[in-house]
Design a protein around this ligand. Sequence first.
Ligand code: COA
Length: 375
Amino acid sequence: MSSFKEGLEDVVVSTSEICFIDGREGRLLYRGYDVDELVAQSSFEETVYLLWHGALPSRKELEAHTKLLSATSTRRLPPKLVTMLRQFPRKTTPMEVLRTGVSALAAFDPDAADNSREATVRKAIRITAQMPTLVAAWERLRTGKTPVAPTPRLNLAANFLYMLTGKKPTDLAAKTFDVALIMHADHEFNASTFAARVTAATLSDLHSAVVSGIGALKGPLHGGANEQVMRVVEQIRTPDRAEAWIRKALADKVRIMGFGHRVYRVEDPRAKHLRRLATELGRQAGKPQYVEILNTVARVVTEVKKIFPNVDLYSGAAYAAMGIPTDQFTPIFAMSRVAGWAAHVLEQHAHNRLIRPRAEYTGPARQAYVPLDRR
Ligand code: COA
């Protein structure tokens, strides 16, 4: 077999019309639209439509799509699922609950096994609407509170924050959250999307593909990095300790979460928006130290290692300033990325071929079997 780089580096697996990353220029496009423009002018709901349907919606299309996504009947969880959540030990992590919860949602979905485009879009709407309710419900239950019912009057971002705290969020918090959702919605063939596509390519269904995506996103080299960044901030504690801490970590050859990327050779274009929003939110919440610590860490890591911040460096600082617990950061990432996973499942099913790569065998040559009593 030919030589190859580990980790499928630079391997093109398929064509895709959904997302383009320019790793040298630091640009990210969804269906040809620059994420910078979507952040400035769009909403998460519109971005979801764009990813699934391939074009920006008309006013009428957006209204119909938003109505479906925000209806209480779409957002609410089956009561039996809430009963199931109550059985989990309180120490169950939010990512474990999300992974199990989405899998369980299939049992209540009338289209569960239907892989037609129409049914997959209907399921995508339901899963995208239900995931925030699931994440918020677990946060309430594990802290001994009653889940807050969704309201159709708020967009997905504001409704999530409302269900989490029981209070309507400030405009800045709701806007910041919406922008964070837009920026996390898709990212080409990243590990979790690839996992979702591999599952879909066996002609399995959307819920299974999303569960595969959640499992892959959980790891610290992927979506789990945003939680790890916050653990570092917690260890550093104050901005004056940041420089010495990070220089020692680099000297000890520690992998620094929130930096480096398989595709970007410059700063991730999403990092600058999250830095700005985290700075603003931190100032308003009286917690500017998170971003101050991260700015020092970024300066030193860039100078010493020539690697740059990725999407996960500043998102946690923004969520922490809103009072969101650290282990909810990756579920929040999943709440957004489900839009991309669904778009990729639709694309995979439209032109399907089983994804089945090969391994270069390096094990022993053929050997004669030795019976147990002669070993
Ligand atoms: N901290 C320290 N060194 C890093 C690094 C990081 N975050 N990311 C990459 N490097 C270094 C590696 O040590 C390696 O150096 P070497 O060649 O001297 O050994 C080189 O950069 C290449 O790293 P490698 O792990 O082979 O790159 P990759 O393309 O396989 O990995 C990531 C990409 C994202 C997994 C990697 O950058 C990483 O682990 N980042 C931290 C986790 C993270 O933030 N993930 C979220 C991504 S959006």
